[in-house]
Design a protein. Sequence first.
Length: 276
Amino acid sequence: MARKPQPLKSIGSLLLVGAGKMGSAMLEGWIARGLDAKKITVIEPQPARTIRALARRGLKLNAKGKAAPAAAVVVAVKPQIAPEALPSIVPYVGKSTLVLSIMAGRTIAFIEGALPAGAAIVRTIPNTPAAIGRGITVAVANAGVSARQRRQATDLLAAVGKVEWVNDEGLMDAVTAVSGSGPAYVFLLAEAMAQAGIAAGLPADLAARLARETVAGAGELLRRSDLDPATLRQNVTSPGGTTAAALGVLMGRGGFDALLTQAIAAATRRGRELAG
């Protein structure tokens, strides 16, 4: 049974490096789960209005002066600036500090190379629905992460959605291809459905609304149902009916299944290339 996310009141001091869309979403989730803004330090050269508002409630924004080790450091910068960003967090990393990375493509070995020896590091891959608290994040830990720190990481990540753990970092490229890039595939489906509706004669605005609500509603039904996707699909499909006619095209030779398999394989290969 999955561990129920715990309130974050006892998490200790936390440093967030990078407060863009994903970092800000996580920050909002942490505060909603009870983490005191006064325990949080944020390093962000271009803070949004919401971050500045939290600073007025005690959050430390771009604090000057001597740094002290934090209970947790969350690295949410763009991966291309990681080489310059990671050295700056070294003063915040003590023997018991959890370092949690949401940088795409940056491996545990890369992060270990920039931090003190023995640092406890968790590499994660979230996805964009985290912005509304409905994301899913996959995490993998290095040997320095204790059971307590693993629970701590789960609680921090659960502030923006579901959390899954893997033991093999080699799986992270495939994770990126499925769930990290996956929202784009769903948006493309809605886009293509709307265009197909227009081609079938629907007014553009109606086609767009039908596609949006159908994708959103089907996704919510899938989330709430105990049935697997194949069974849900079969339940919508009457023999010889309109849905069966459409699925005959989508599931035919070179159809949707084959295309998506090729797409995810391409994304996985690209992830490996980017990671070096």
